[in-house]
Write a protein that binds this ligand. Structure first.
Ligand code: COA
Length: 448
């Protein structure tokens, strides 16, 4: 069980610095602002930090400590790990870098032998920390004024690279994505990507798992666990270092060994995971899986107020191997009766530049009733004069089929996009992103 890394009852911050911008200080500050358990700052050179009593070593703490976060330099790390072992602390989150990734295999070996001797479980070294929005445990060493924290939600993110993780978390949090857990696992000396995948697979708050990996420690273990987890919930995976040059860079980043890209793709496929090739694609897919239920099939109907966007949607639908829905005769007849004669009732259905919210409502309702349509792709271009924010309510009420929105534009578009997403609709800036996400939605539900 890896609960100690996400919801311990008590935690020590070893290397809790007095200096505001140092890693150990930021970790302590973040924990103090959201974690409800006991916190013990450790620093032999300080008496009080952020109003908390500081201990010279974990051995000076009388209470039981579940987890220690280690943020001292590599050369001091073995000493404090040994003290943790003596104190009986079971879980170590080792932030410190300077191990295998810089070729310091001797230090790695010594650390490993200490972990074995004291039966310690270690996450890291060379990591950013973990975050659990449900337990409030936030030991990321990034200040909140620099990196936004996400709201509670269904997505959990396992990332080998801390920087990728934090940059993406900051972006997606500001876009309104909801997360359950986040973990950066760096050199994976002990706890590896498969262990974390298994743990997130069983986590009831996690509905969708995103993974950024650079190397897999044991292919067999990964495939076995991956198969099990992917049956229960979607696992979206991206492998860094697919190119020869990229795989060389991996060795000095997290000390992992890269394998051939074909082997990785084969393993992901066999495990039933969703392989993506960019971070943008990863979170596009996470969003649609988070907000949409299963579609009945792969027939997509486009409704637009811009002819060009309609064409781009149709091209993308064909390119991604989806089908263009054919609205039934009844749908066509009914809409032709109520719409002005220049509205094109087909696929794409072009409601024209003077489309009103009401025109959209009528078109959407007809498509929801049409059994030949599985997914509705709606283009909303707010530069046109008659579209208003009332569209949010109209779309928010139409939940019987997956509805995906594309809106390209600036400030007003962004404002309404946020409201639509809060109402549960996945929104995308461009047709290609939306349709690629639809492809993954269809494929995922076809495979389970
Ligand atoms: N126990 C507890 N605290 C100790 C200690 C001990 N035995 N020995 C020293 N300390 C204190 C120091 O006095 C210092 O506190 P102070 O600033 O109040 O004096 C604090 O621990 C930090 O030690 P310091 O030597 O100043 O280290 P640092 O903050 O410069 O660097 C790391 C520590 C862990 C941040 C650094 O070694 C590191 O690994 N940085 C990279 C981290 C990284 O990128 N990880 C991967 C991200 S993806």
């Amino acid at each position: 069980m890896l609960d100690g890394f996400f919801r311990p009852k008590s935690v020590a911050v070893i290397g809790a610095s007095r200096k505001r911008n140092k890693v150990g200080h930021v970790i302590l500050k973040n924990l103090l602002s959201s974690f409800k358990g006991k916190i013990f700052p450790i620093n032999p050179n300080a008496k009080k930090i952020l109003g908390k009593e500081v201990y010279p070593s974990v051995l000076a703490v009388k209470d039981k400590i579940d987890t220690a976060i280690i943020a001292v330099r590599a050369e001091t790390s073995l000493k404090v790990v040994e003290e943790c072992g003596k104190k009986g602390i079971k879980n170590l989150i080792i932030i410190t870098s300077g191990f295998a990734e810089v070729g310091n295999y001797e230090l790695r070996k010594k650390l490993l032998s200490l972990l074995k001797r004291y039966k310690l479980v270690c996450l890291g070294p060379n990591i950013l920390g973990t975050l659990d929005t449900y337990s409030g445990f936030d030991c990321l060493f990034l200040p909140r004024r620099r990196m936004m924290r996400p709201r509670k939600g269904n997505i959990s993110f396992i990332t080998q690279s801390g920087a990728i993780g934090s940059a993406v978390l900051d972006l997606t949090a500001s876009e309104g994505y909801g997360f359950a857990k986040f973990v950066s696992y760096g050199n994976a000396l002990q706890v590896d990507e498969s262990d974390l995948l298994e743990y997130f697979g069983r986590d009831e708050n996690t509905k969708i798992i995103c993974m950024y990996i650079e190397g897999v420690k044991s292919g067999k273990k990964f495939l076995k666990i991956g198969k099990k987890v992917a049956k229960r919930k979607p696992v979206i995976v991206m492998k860094g270092g697919l190119s020869k040059a990229g795989s060389k860079a991996i060795l000095s980043h997290t000390g992992s060994l890269a394998g051939s890209s074909e082997i990785y793709s084969g393993v992901f496929k066999q495990a039933g995971m969703i392989q993506v090739f960019s971070l943008e694609e990863m979170f596009d897919v996470a969003k649609i899986l988070d907000k949409c239920g299963p579609p009945a099939g792969d027939r997509v109907q486009v409704i637009t107020n811009g002819g060009g966007h309609g064409i781009l949607c149709v091209d993308a639908i064909i390119r991604e191997g989806l089908k263009l829905a054919e609205p039934s005769e009844k749908t066509v007849r009914k809409l032709r009766e109520i719409f002005p004669p220049n509205v094109i009732v087909s696929n794409p259905m072009d409601l024209l530049g003077d489309a009103t919210d009401e025109r959209y409502r009528l078109a959407i309702n007809a498509c929801l009733r049409d059994k030949g349509i599985d997914i509705i792709l709606i283009v909303l271009l707010y530069q046109t004069p008659l579209l208003t924010e009332r569209i949010v309510k109209i779309l928010g009420e139409a939940r019987e089929k997956p509805i995906v929105v594309v809106s390209t534009g600036g400030k007003l578009t962004e404002k309404i996009r946020k409201k639509l997403e809060e109402a549960g609709l996945p929104c995308y800036l461009f047709p290609s992103n939306a349709v690629r996400a639809i492809k993954h939605l269809v494929r995922y539900y076809k495979s389970v």
